[in-house]
Design a binder for this molecule. Structure first.
Ligand code: CAO
Length: 544
């Protein structure tokens, strides 16, 4: 182990550049060439990379300080031998950057007459010795009008990204590179049409674009970033390449898949810092989670609900939601947003069912069970799931398969003081009415007493939500995904029905079937509900 002083390397003649970002903290382990700090001169910002791999012992500068070549910016602990001193460090440190040098002189060319159009090749300028750098963004397309100095493409070397600016004002005729291509100094990347203007001669043909970055300070120099900054630029429409950010932040942004123009900058002169990037990601995660957990919106691009102080309208009390209530809210949001719902309505004529049920009431009481319409609904739904197997399905997670079920488990929504619970009655198709009545009652009691186990609430193919005892003429229930559908049952009403020759009073039960239209089509749903209503209208069909 050896201590090594970290010094600012050759800045290509630049002096007193600003420290605009500290990219590491004491105790961080860094690899050779990892950015330690970012400095900025008049025309470019650049990383100061770690001269060797090791651990940061101290950083002796802070954002806003000014540094020059040779200044000590900190200390590292390295694996090198004890003779590794600061001189060695200096030698080891690749000169990362240089103050942007004046553009290479354009080749002499005779000035064309005023108003004369001319096509010029656009050439990659001096990249400070770097070779075969990546094209990471194409900022213009054919037909675009550009001003001299506008970014045409953005390239990136090992340690920095930079704009390749237009050498002249004019119209882009063509761009011959694409993102992902590699280019070197002198490569032609397109053609621009210029018009010479009056006394002022147009830029010379085929002149390399002014080097936006450092003139080489050493062979190790990488292209440097020359960010274009316009405080008036509308950030959402700003190409990432034009966002003002250091190479380390750009790299991190790419790794995390963040488009930098969406990040609110907090650095000097609108610079995006690493902290801005992290803050942006935190915000996105929070938004996504609030959308997924049924918060008050903000996920998947939905505008969040405004915060409202209800006390301004009248007296209020605020109570915490129960755990079940919060879970239900989260599930409802998830299901509502994920499942394309369709709700189909029908009325089942349950006049005969009610006669039968009442006739059996005494016997049921003797057995200690309460025979309400619910066991009949369970039985009829099970029969319909067997009759229309294309309805007894779930959409596979991969979105490419349908899971067909050869079992019939049905959930039953129970209203409890702590919130909505949905216990599941298994193998409904194999059970008799009394057994179902008994189980439904036991499940409802367990739900209200908070005695249901997680397994008691899993595995349903379908759910029945009966609000018949409460009232209402109809409602549209939300599918309890990944189940395929849910039957909402409202209060039966005696209504005049036409029997072919006269109106007769019939007991009509309003049914509403919501289903996942990704998993089943209207035809399946229509057959399912028609069959179910038919069974309720004539329970003898359950015997068949
Ligand atoms: N129309 C008219 N009367 C009805 C009816 C209907 N559709 N359904 C039930 N009834 C009657 C019953 O017959 C019973 O009357 P009797 O005592 O005279 O026989 C009375 O209403 C009360 O029934 P119940 O509530 O004790 O039993 P149930 O089997 O009808 O319902 C259960 C059980 C657990 C489904 C119900 O108690 C419940 O919690 N329902 C609410 C479900 C819910 O909250 N759904 C919404 C989910 S989405 O927010």
């Amino acid at each position: 182990m050896a201590k090594q002083v970290i010094k600012v390397p050759d800045l290509g003649g630049a002096d007193q550049v600003d420290v605009i970002e500290i990219a590491v903290a004491v105790g961080d382990t860094v690899a050779e060439e990892d950015a330690l700090i970012v400095v900025e001169g008049d025309k470019a910002s650049m990383d100061v990379p770690a001269p060797v791999a090791g651990k940061i012992l101290s950083i002796s500068v802070k954002e806003g300080d000014k540094v020059s070549e040779g200044d000590v910016i900190g200390e590292m602990e390295t694996d090198a031998g004890d003779d590794a001193g600061s001189e060695a460090a200096e030698e080891a440190a690749p000169a990362p950057a240089a103050e942007p040098a004046p553009a290479p002189a354009a080749e002499e060319a005779s000035a064309p007459a005023a108003g004369e159009e001319k096509e010029e090749e656009i050439v990659v300028p001096d990249l400070g010795g770097a070779d075969a750098v990546d094209v990471i963004e194409i900022s213009v397309s054919a037909g675009d009008s550009v001003e001299e100095g506008d970014a045409l493409i953005v390239v990136e070397g090992d340690k920095a990204s930079m704009d390749v600016p237009s050498s002249a004002s004019g119209t882009i005729v063509s761009i011959s590179v694409k993102e992902g291509d590699k280019v070197s100094s002198g490569d032609v990347i397109g053609v621009i049409k210029t018009v010479s203007g009056g006394a002022a001669p147009a830029p010379a043909a085929a002149a390399p674009a002014p080097a936006p970055a450092a003139a080489p300070a050493s062979e190790a120099v990488a292209p440097q970033e020359a960010p274009k900054r316009d405080p008036h630029v509308e950030r959402d429409h700003t190409p990432s390449a034009e966002v003002y950010a250091g190479p380390a932040v750009r790299k991190l942004g790419r790794e995390l898949g963040v488009t930098l123009n969406k990040v609110k900058p907090s650095g000097p002169r609108g610079r995006v810092t690493k902290d801005d990037l992290y803050a942006y990601i935190k915000e996105q995660v929070k938004k996504a989670e609030s959308g997924a957990t049924g918060g008050v919106g903000g996920g998947i691009g939905i505008a969040p609900m405004p915060e409202i102080d209800f006390s301004q309208f009248g007296p209020v009390t605020t109570e915490p939601m129960s755990k079940i209530h919060k879970l239900t809210a989260a599930n409802m949001s998830r299901n509502w947003l994920n499942v394309p719902h369709v709700t189909q309505f029908d009325d089942a004529d349950i006049t005969e069912l009610e006669d039968f049920r009442k006739a059996m009431k005494a016997e049921a009481d003797k057995r200690g069970v309460k025979l309400t319409p619910v066991p009949f609904l369970l039985k009829a739904a099970a029969a319909a799931l067997r009759e229309v197997p294309s309805f007894n399905v779930s959409l596979h997670n991969d979105g490419e398969h349908i899971v067909k079920k050869d079992y019939v488990h049905i959930g039953m929504a129970v209203d409890t003081p702590k919130g909505l619970m949905v216990p599941v009655i298994r193998d409904v198709d194999k059970k008799g009415l009394y057994e179902l009545a008994e189980e439904a009652t036991a499940m409802a009691i367990a739900a209200r007493d908070g005695k249901l186990k997680p397994r008691d609430m899993q595995g349903a193919c379908f759910t029945i939500s009966s609000l018949g005892a409460i009232g209402g003429t109809g409602f549209t229930p939300i599918v309890n995904a990944p189940e395929v559908g849910i039957l909402g049952v409202s209060k039966l009403a005696i209504r005049p029905e036409w029997n072919g020759s006269e109106f007769v009073p019939r007991k009509m039960l309003p049914l509403a079937l919501s289903y996942d239209h990704r998993a089943v089509n209207g035809g399946d749903a229509g057959r399912f509900l028609t069959y179910l209503a038919g069974v309720l209208a004539d329970v003898r069909r359950l015997l068949l």
